[in-house]
Structure formats: structure tokens, C-alpha cells
Design a protein. Structure first.
Length: 342
């Protein structure tokens, strides 16, 4: 009796040595989302899990421990160091503490905004996580540290006043702490509404001392990715690509996999970005060889090959791929389907 596609996929991923090419062939029309199959298949296809069974546990254990080290270094330790930058704020050295401080904060604020906007019609990313931050990283990494750093940095960036001769001075906020919201606001700089909002955030933080919303987990992953790829940086749209990966891993019915969704997502996203990062380099958009420009050219050629009438119609009405396929290709169709069925 011929096995179903579902059974064939299970046989492959449960085998001693996974045949990646066969797994790709079976998954090309979609991957079953039952029994955690999609979660495991994606880990293989994104080159996270080794094909050889004997190497899998060792690789996974090493990667997860490495990610914990990244979080402690870039989230906890860097926040402690950034709380009181050691060198002069006018130091223009490219590796100076203040230059790094402002650059990191600018990137963090963008990541924070993008993550809070994730899938507004789908409440998963605003739900609290099942596993506490403490259980994954220990008490060295308080919950919400990046969000609170962003909130405080925003307030600091507005803490400017002008003296009588029009000279702008920066007001130093002496109470900066990345581990609690800063509600001591300079008079006249922040409205009462904003101050009330900050107080509300503080109260919410106290009642959520061990858990955090899922969007903050993605924020942490993207910030660690940025810190480990400073030359590439973070670009808007990466949050849309990482969201389905994290969602699939964080809803895996197997708790032993679900608990480590954050670590596994980081490495799968990292491997995926290795392949598609040229799509986020703007200067390549006009190229016909690389980046999104190259992808548009490939799409045009495929359309001409498989549906020449439609391709000719598009040419007649001067409808180029940039007008309808830019988001498809740059976000890998992440915005075109409902998340649970992506």
C-alpha cells in the first residue's frame, strides 16, 4: 500500500539519516501542521537540524547554550554598560561607547516598533509566553529589559531644553535604569497622558515579572541578530519573516521543542537570512543579477515560460513585477496568508 504524503514525511524526519532533497520534494506544496511535523520539517529545511541522527542533540545543545550566552552578553551586560557610558558623549571614535550606545538604541527603537505592530489582527504575539524568561536564561536577564531600555531612551532623546540665548542643552536623567520604567519625567517635556501611560506600563511590568508577550521574545531575537551582524544590521521586514518561524516553533505540541522556540528560531532565521539577505540591500534593487532586482527578473522569466499570454498582457499594460511582487519576494509571502495556515 502506498504511503500518504503525511506518512512519507514522517518516515523521513524520523529516520537515522534525513534525505533533504526528498523532504524538499514532499514539502513543496505545503507541509502538514499536525503533530509538530511542520516545526521539525522547517528545522531540517533551514539547515538547523543535522541530517544525521547522532549529531542532532549535540548540535542543538551547543546552539542553545550559545544563544543563552548571546542574550547575557548583548541584552543583560550591554544594558548594564550602556546605563553609564564611560567615555565623553562628544567622542566621535567609531568604537566609542557613546557612538555604540546611540546606534544600538536607534536600532532597538525600530525593532521595538516593528515587533509591536506584528499581525495586529492576530493576538498570539500579544499573549504571555508559556515559559518564563527566568527558566530559559536565569535571573541575570530580567523580563522586558529591552522594552524598558527603549522606553527610557525615548524619554532621554526628548530631554532637551533651550536656554535664553537659544543654546540647546541635554538634560541628564540620573535615574536611568534599563530594568525598570523611568517615570521621573522632565517638566513640560512629556504630557500627563504619556506619564500616565508610563505608570501603567510600570504596573503591568510588576504583574508580569516572569512572563512577557511573544512580541518581546521576537524583539530579543532580532536585537541579538543585529548585534551579531552589525555590518548587515536590522532592516524593516525582517520582523515579518521571523514571525511565522517563531509562531510555528512556539506552538509545537511537543513541549521539549516548544520550550526552546526562541533559541531555535534565532538559528533558523539566521540561516534563512544568509540566503536572502541580498534582498534587503537597497542598492541591489535595480540590479538584474542579484538582490530583489535579480528576483524580479527570475519571476518575469518564469511567468513568460509558464503563462506566456499573461506575461504578454502585463507587458502590454506596462505592469512590471515591481508593482505587484515586491512585497511577495521581499517578505517571502509572509503577509499574503493568514499566519496559522502559512
Amino acid at each position: 500500500m502506498k504511503c500518504s504524503r503525511h506518512e512519507q514525511i514522517l518516515n523521513i524526519i524520523n529516520g537515522e539519516n534525513v534525505n533533504i532533497e526528498e523532504l524538499k520534494r514532499l514539502s513543496i506544496d505545503g507541509c502538514p501542521d499536525s503533530n509538530g511535523i511542520r516545526s521539525r520539517v522547517w528545522k531540517f529545511l533551514l539547515n538547523y537540524l543535522p541530517c544525521n541522527f547522532e549529531k542532532r542533540q549535540e548540535r542543538v545543545t551547543f546552539n542553545r547554550q550559545q544563544y543563552v550566552g548571546y542574550v547575557k552578553e548583548f541584552v543583560f551586560e550591554s544594558c548594564m554598560a550602556d546605563a553609564m557610558p564611560a567615555d565623553h558623549p562628544l567622542n566621535l571614535e567609531p568604537d566609542g561607547n557613546w557612538i555604540t550606545f546611540f546606534r544600538d538604541n536607534e536600532m532597538l527603537l525600530q525593532i521595538n516598533k516593528d515587533c509591536q505592530r506584528l499581525c495586529p489582527d492576530f493576538d498570539f504575539f500579544r499573549r504571555p509566553t508559556e515559559f518564563s524568561c527566568f527558566s530559559l536564561f536565569g535571573k541575570d536577564v530580567p523580563v522586558g529589559v529591552l522594552r524598558r531600555r527603549g522606553e527610557t531612551s525615548t524619554l532621554q532623546s526628548h530631554s532637551l531644553n533651550k536656554n535664553l540665548v537659544g543654546v540647546t542643552n541635554m538634560i541628564r536623567l540620573s535615574t536611568y535604569s534599563p530594568f525598570r520604567p523611568n517615570c521621573r519625567l522632565s517638566s513640560g517635556l512629556v504630557s500627563q497622558f504619556e506619564e500616565d501611560k508610563m505608570n501603567c506600563i510600570s504596573e503591568c511590568s510588576l504583574t508580569s515579572a516572569y512572563h512577557e508577550p511573544h512580541w518581546e521574545v521576537i524583539e530579543r531575537i532580532l536585537y541579538v541578530y543585529y548585534k551579531t551582524h552589525v555590518s548587515q544590521g536590522y532592516v524593516q521586514g525582517m520582523n515579518e519573516i521571523i514571525a511565522p518561524i517563531y509562531y510555528v516553533f512556539a506552538t509545537d505540541p511537543d513541549e521539549s521543542w516548544r520550550k526552546y522556540a526562541e533559541m531555535d528560531t534565532f538559528y533558523c532565521f539566521n540561516n534563512l537570512m544568509t540566503e536572502i539577505h541580498p534582498n534587503f540591500i537597497r542598492k541591489l534593487d535595480g540590479s538584474h543579477e542579484a538582490g530583489l532586482g535579480g528576483q524580479m527578473k527570475i519571476l518575469s522569466n518564469l511567468l513568460l515560460k509558464f503563462d506566456s499570454n499573461l506575461s504578454k498582457h502585463f507587458q502590454k499594460i506596462e505592469l512590471v513585477p515591481e508593482h505587484f511582487a515586491f512585497r511577495w519576494l521581499s517578505l517571502l509571502l509572509a503577509r499574503e496568508f493568514m499566519l496559522p495556515g502559512l
